[in-house]
Write a new protein. Structure first.
Length: 282
């Protein structure tokens, strides 16, 4: 096991790159010491030789590197596969990385196949992965996720949120900024969207419990459900190839009077449901 700590006096910018295993980030208020612990799942894995852990100013680097130095991520993306053995390329040497850092620290992560879990309030966050399940408690700032497959769960995002993925479930409890999601397949579920929403999906159900601004959804197949707050007016622009529009609210052909959001939905197959948002109990 590798363990290293650094004295700190405020939020950091974490830059973490490695191939496979798991990453756990604990963000804590009033923390005076950042700590990085790397536990290999194979006893003979030389952590100190193959990982660089350094704090430079506010930047905390936790990076796995090939034997000849540099960055494994740059080597793979650049096609220089000679820097790795076959076992390491396919992630057979896995490590569990634990990072404790001050609350509101920025987080930038690049992994091939590693679960990512963050507790507490982290700052602006960017995650790139090949196949990862991601769980985030609170992102205080913008969130950007790019991945091939795997699920994403974020309880709350205070900034804009952008998600791009091939397959997997996406669940976001509350997002304050503009939300953009594009997935090939998988369920998309959003609790409260305070700003505009744009969703593109190949297949799978789409749910927005409470939409407060304009919504633009296009899906090849799968039901779409959108909730509106009491008193919220909306202009509906809905087209479905083999489905129906269902709503429990009164509709009229004339233009709405007063403030109204626009709901645009296009589906190849699947019903579209517009309903009242379910009140949240305290």
């Amino acid at each position: 096991m590798f363990d290293k700590s650094f004295p700190v006096s405020g939020p950091l910018d974490l830059n973490c790159e490695f191939r496979s295993g798991s990453l756990t980030v604990h963000a804590r208020a009033e923390l005076t010491e950042a700590r990085v612990t790397i536990t290999p799942r194979e006893a003979d894995f030389p952590v100190e030789q193959l990982f660089r852990v350094e704090l430079t100013g506010r930047r905390l680097d936790v990076q796995e590197r090939p034997e000849n130095g540099g960055s494994w991520l740059q080597a793979v993306l650049g096609g220089d596969l000679r820097t790795f053995t076959r076992d390491r390329i396919f992630g057979r040497t896995e490590v569990d990385v634990l990072v404790e850092l001050p609350a509101n620290s920025g987080v930038k992560v690049a992994v091939l196949s590693a679960a990512v879990h963050a507790t507490g309030a982290i700052g602006p966050t960017s995650i790139s992965s090949g196949a990862s399940d991601i769980e985030l408690e609170l992102v205080d700032g913008p969130l950007q996720v790019r991945g091939g497959s795997g699920s994403l769960s974020a309880q709350r995002v205070t900034g804009a949120c952008s998600v791009r993925g091939g397959s997997g479930q996406v669940r976001i409890g509350e997002v304050a900024g503009a939300l953009s999601i594009s997935v090939g397949s998988g369920e998309v579920a959003v609790g409260t969207a305070h700003d505009t929403v744009r969703i593109r999906s190949g297949s799978g159900s789409t749910l927005i419990e409470a939409a407060e601004r304009d919504v633009d959804i296009a899906s090849s197949s799968g039901p779409v459900t959108i909730g509106l707050r009491a008193g919220q007016q909306a202009r509906l622009d809905v087209a479905t190839g083999s489905g129906r529009l269902h709503t429990e609210m009164p509709m009229q052909d004339s233009r709405p009077v007063g403030d109204a959001i626009t709901i645009r939905v296009r589906t190849g197959a699947g019903d579209v449901i517009v309903r009242r948002a379910v009140p949240v109990s305290n």
